[in-house]
Design a protein around this ligand. Structure first.
Ligand code: BES
Ligand code: ZN
Length: 707
C-alpha cells in the first residue's frame, strides 16, 4: 500500500538496452542462436550439478547426486510470480543463410518473496539469453524503495530440470516484490511444443504460422517463467510481427501500432492483461489467417483458419455452435464466461486434438473445420464434442485449476464427461450423450481390465518430470475419469452434482484446488439435499479413484445374492499391485425388473443379499441401466435365458444402451472365461430383429436406436 515504484539505475540501463540496443541484440541473437543451436539440440544432459557457470559456457557433465534445489523438478515455494510483461517477435522466415527459424523476446516477471532466499529458480528450456553489461543474462531490481535488490553472483542453465538458476550475492527479503528482466532468443522449431512454427501451402505459396502449445511444460520454452499450474499470474503480452499478419493472444487486442525494428517497419500488437492464470494456458499466434465472427451474450466469438478454409465456409459450423455451448456452460457452472472473447483457431500442424488456452483455443484443423460437401457426420460430431470439451475447460481447469499434474485426471475426466452435455445442447437431436458409453466407458474398460492398469489418482510426489506429467494424458485419465464422474453425477442426481460443482468453482475461482476439494463440495451439496448415500462422497469415490480396475457384479436372481469381483480380461493374470480397498468398490446399482425401473441399490461389501433382486417365474433382472455404473454385470443362467427371451420378443423393454451392453458384457465375460462363449454368441441372436424392424434405408439414428 502506498509504495512508490523505485526506478533503479539497473532499470535505466535496461531501458537503454531495450531501446537503442534492439537492433544490435537481434543481430547478436541470431549469431548466438546458431552457435547455441547444436548445444540445444543435444539430448538434455545434466550440468555440473551445482557449480555455477555462465549460460554460454555450461558444460553437460554427469551430476553428482545432489540435493540442490535446482536438481529438483518442482519449484521451491520461496518466490511467487504476480505478473509478467512478455514481448515476443517470431521470425516467419529463416535466419539468413540457414534453415533455422527463431523468435526473440524480452520478459519482465514481477514476483513476491515468500521466504527469504538467495536463489532464483525460474523455468527456462532451450532459450539463449543475451547478456547485460554486468555479464549476466538477467537483471534484478527491487520494487520497494526501502530495499535494494541483491546483485547477481552467477547464473547457470540447468538443462535436465529446465531452470535458469540465478545465485544472488545477498538475500531476497520476505514480503518484498522484485522484478527480473531477461532478453532471450529461442528456436521457432517445427516441434509442436512451446512457441513453434506450423507450415502450409496456400495458393502456391508456402506460409509459416508462429503458434504455441504450452501444456503441460512448454511455456518455459517460450519465455522464462514459473511454469507450474499453481504459479498463477497476470500476463501482459506484446507481439511484434510483420505488417499484414494477424497477432492473437489470450487477451483482446489493446493497441496496435507500427514501429521500426532495425530498418524494418513492424506491427506491434499489445494485448489486454490476462486474468490471473496458469502458464500452461497461454497462447500467442501470428498468422495470415482469416476469420469469421459473431457476438453472443456480449462475448466476441471468432473462428480463425487458413484463408481458403474460411472462404470455403469451413469455420461456420464451429461459429454456430460456440455461442449456445458457452451459454450452456454458463448455466451449468452458474458462472458467467469470465472473458470478453473466445477465439478458436484451426492450425495446420497441431499435436493434440485441441488445447484449451484461455480465450484462444487451438485445434487441429479436422477438429474445428467442417465442410458440408466433404466432411462426414462423425467429423461433425467430433467437432461438436471437442469444442464443448475445450469450452468446458474455460471454467473447469482454467478458472479453477488443479494444483498439480497428479490431479490431471479430474481436469481431463471432467471435460471428457461434460463435453457430451455441451454437445447435446448444441445438437439436441443426436442423442450424443449415449456415445460416452462407446467412446469412453468401453474404450477404457479394455485397458482398465488388465493388471498393467493404474489408479486414476497419482500421488503428487510421484509426478515430477515432464515425461511423468505427459504420461498422465492417457485413457484412464480421460475416459475412466469421465466414466466415474458420470456415475457420480448420476447417483447424486444432476441437480446435486451441479450445486456442488458451482460452490466449488465459486470458492476456488482464479485459484487452485485438489480433487478432494470437489468431493467436499459435492458431499456438502448431497447433505443439504438430504440425499441418501451409503457413505460420504469421498469414501464412495475413493474406491473408484484410488484403486485400478473395476468390478464385475454377479447377480444370482434365484437367491437374490449379489457379489463383486475385480474384473480381469485374462483369468490367469496375477494382480501384484496392492489396493487400499482390496479390489472392492462401493457400487451404485440402477436396475429394472422385467422392463420396470426399481429403486436403486448399493453394493458396499464383497457380497450381499438384495431381496428385491430375487425373482421368480418369467421375471428378469437387468442391472446397470444405461451403463451409468463403471462395471460389468453377470447373471445366473436362468436370468440370462429370460433376458435373451426378452431381447427376442420385446427387445424395446430393454434400453438401447443396455441392449448393446448385454452383448459387450457377454463377450468380455466369455473372454475372461467367466461365462461360456456359446452364451455370448446367443446374445447376438436377437440382432436379426433389426432387419424385421428396420427394413430398407431408414435414417441411421432411427435405425440404431431400434437395434
Ligand atoms: N488439454 C488437452 C490437450 C492436451 C493433451 C495438451 C495432451 C497437452 C497434452 C485438451 O483439453 C484435450 O483434452 N484435448 C483432447 C480432445 C478431447 C475432446 C478429448 C485431444 O486433444 O484429444
Ligand atoms: Zn481436455
Amino acid at each position: 500500500m502506498g509504495k512508490g515504484f523505485y526506478i533503479s539505475k539497473a532499470v535505466g540501463i535496461v531501458g537503454v538496452i531495450l531501446g537503442a540496443g534492439a537492433l544490435a541484440t537481434i543481430i547478436a541473437l541470431s549469431v548466438v542462436y546458431s552457435q547455441e543451436k547444436a548445444k540445444n539440440n543435444a539430448d538434455p544432459s545434466p550440468t555440473d550439478g551445482g557449480t555455477t557457470s555462465s549460460p554460454t559456457t555450461s558444460s553437460p557433465t554427469t551430476p553428482a547426486p545432489s540435493n540442490n534445489p535446482w536438481d529438483k523438478y518442482r519449484l521451491p515455494t520461496s518466490l511467487m510470480p504476480e505478473s509478467y510483461n512478455v514481448s515476443l517477435q517470431p521470425r516467419l522466415t529463416p535466419v539468413n543463410g540457414t534453415e533455422f527459424y527463431i523468435f526473440t523476446g524480452e520478459s519482465t516477471v514481477e514476483f513476491v518473496c515468500v521466504e527469504e532466499t538467495d536463489l532464483i529458480l525460474i523455468h527456462s528450456h532451450k532459450l539463449n539469453y543475451s547478456q547485460f553489461e554486468n555479464g549476466q543474462p538477467a537483471m534484478l531490481v527491487s520494487l520497494d524503495t526501502a530495499v535494494e535488490a541483491p546483485s547477481i553472483k552467477s547464473t547457470q542453465m540447468q538443462t535436465v530440470t529446465q531452470y535458469l538458476v540465478i545465485h544472488l550475492n545477498g538475500k531476497l527479503v520476505k514480503g518484498q516484490r522484485y522484478r527480473l528482466y531477461t532478453i532471450f532468443t529461442g528456436e521457432l522449431a517445427d516441434d509442436l511444443g512451446g512457441f513453434y512454427r506450423s507450415v502450409f501451402d496456400e495458393d502456391g505459396v508456402t506460409k509459416v504460422v508462429a503458434t504455441t502449445q504450452m501444456q503441460p511444460t512448454h511455456a518455459r520454452k517460450a519465455f522464462p517463467c514459473f511454469d507450474e499450474p499453481a504459479m498463477k499470474a497476470v500476463f501482459n503480452i506484446t507481439l511484434i510481427h510483420d505488417i499484414g499478419t494477424v497477432a492473437l493472444s489470450n487477451g483482446e487486442e489493446k493497441e496496435s501500432s507500427q514501429i521500426s525494428v532495425g530498418d524494418k517497419m513492424m506491427q506491434r500488437t499489445v494485448f489486454e492483461p490476462t486474468l490471473k492464470m496458469s502458464t500452461y494456458l497461454l497462447a500467442f499466434i501470428v498468422s495470415d489467417f482469416a476469420s469469421i465472427s459473431n457476438i453472443s451474450d456480449n462475448v466476441s466469438i471468432r473462428i480463425f483458419a487458413r484463408k481458403t478454409a474460411i472462404a470455403a465456409g469451413q469455420g461456420q459450423y464451429a461459429l454456430d455452435i460456440t455461442g449456445p455451448i458457452l451459454n450452456f456452460f454458463e448455466q451449468y457452472y452458474n458462472y458467467k464466461y469470465p472473458l470478453p472473447k473466445s477465439d478458436q483457431v484451426a492450425l495446420p500442424d497441431f499435436n493434440a486434438g485441441a488445447m484449451e488456452n484461455w480465450g484462444l483455443i487451438t485445434y487441429r484443423e479436422t477438429a474445428l473445420l467442417y465442410d458440408e460437401a466433404f466432411s462426414s457426420n462423425s467429423n461433425r460430431e467430433r467437432i461438436a464434442t471437442i469444442i464443448a470439451h475445450e469450452l468446458a475447460h474455460m471454467w473447469f481447469g482454467n478458472l479453477v485449476t488443479l494444483r498439480w499434474w497428479n490431479d490431471l485426471w479430474l481436469n481431463e475426466g471432467f471435460a471428457s464427461y461434460v463435453e457430451y452435455l455441451g454437445a447435446d445442447k448444441a445438437e439436441p437431436t443426436w442423442n450424443v450423450k449415449d456415445l460416452i458409453v462407446l467412446s469412453d466407458v468401453h474404450r477404457v474398460f479394455a485397458v482398465d481390465a488388465l493388471t498393467s492398469s493404474h489408479p486414476l489418482s497419482s500421488k503428487e510426489e510421484d509426478v515430477q518430470t515432464p515425461a511423468q506429467i505427459s504420461e498422465l494424458f492417457d485413457a484412464i485419465s480421460y475416459s475412466k475419469g469421465a466414466a466415474v464422474l458420470r456415475m457420480l453425477s448420476d447417483f447424486l442426481t444432476e441437480d446435486v452434482f451441479t450445486k456442488g460443482l458451482q460452490t466449488y468453482l465459486a470458492e476456488f475461482a482464479f485459484g487452485t484446488a485438489v480433487y478432494t476439494d470437489l468431493w467436499s463440495h459435492l458431499d456438502e451439496a448431497a447433505r443439504l439435499n438430504e440425499t441418501e448415500l451409503p457413505a460420504p462422497v469421498p469414501d464412495i469415490m475413493n474406491t473408484w479413484v484410488l484403486q485400478m480396475g473395476f468390478p464385475v457384479i454377479t447377480i444370482n436372481t434365484t437367491a437374490g445374492h449379489v457379489s463383486q469381483q475385480h474384473f480381469l480380461l485374462d483369468p490367469n493374470s496375477n494382480v501384484t499391485a496392492v489396493s487400499p480397498y482390496n479390489y472392492e468398490w462401493i457400487v451404485p446399482i440402477k436396475w429394472m425388473k422385467t422392463g420396470v425401473i426399481q429403486k436403486p441399490e448399493w453394493l458396499e461389501t464383497k457380497s450381499a443379499t438384495i431381496n428385491a433382486m430375487k425373482v421368480t417365474a418369467d421375471d428378469w433382472v437387468l442391472a446397470n441401466l444405461n451403463v451409468v455404473g463403471y462395471y460389468r454385470v453377470n447373471y445366473d443362467q436362468g436370468n440370462w435365458d429370460r433376458l435373451l427371451r426378452a431381447l427376442n420378443t420385446n427387445h424395446m423393454d430393454i434400453p438401447v444402451i443396455n441392449r448393446a451392453q448385454l452383448v459387450d458384457d457377454a463377450f468380455n465375460l466369455a473372454r475372461a472365461q467367466i461365462i461360456p462363449t456359446v452364451l455370448a454368441l446367443s446374445v447376438t441372436k436377437y440382432l436379426y430383429r433389426r432387419q424385421i424392424i428396420c427394413p430398407g434405408n431408414r435414417p441411421s439414428t432411427t435405425w440404431t436406436s431400434s437395434i
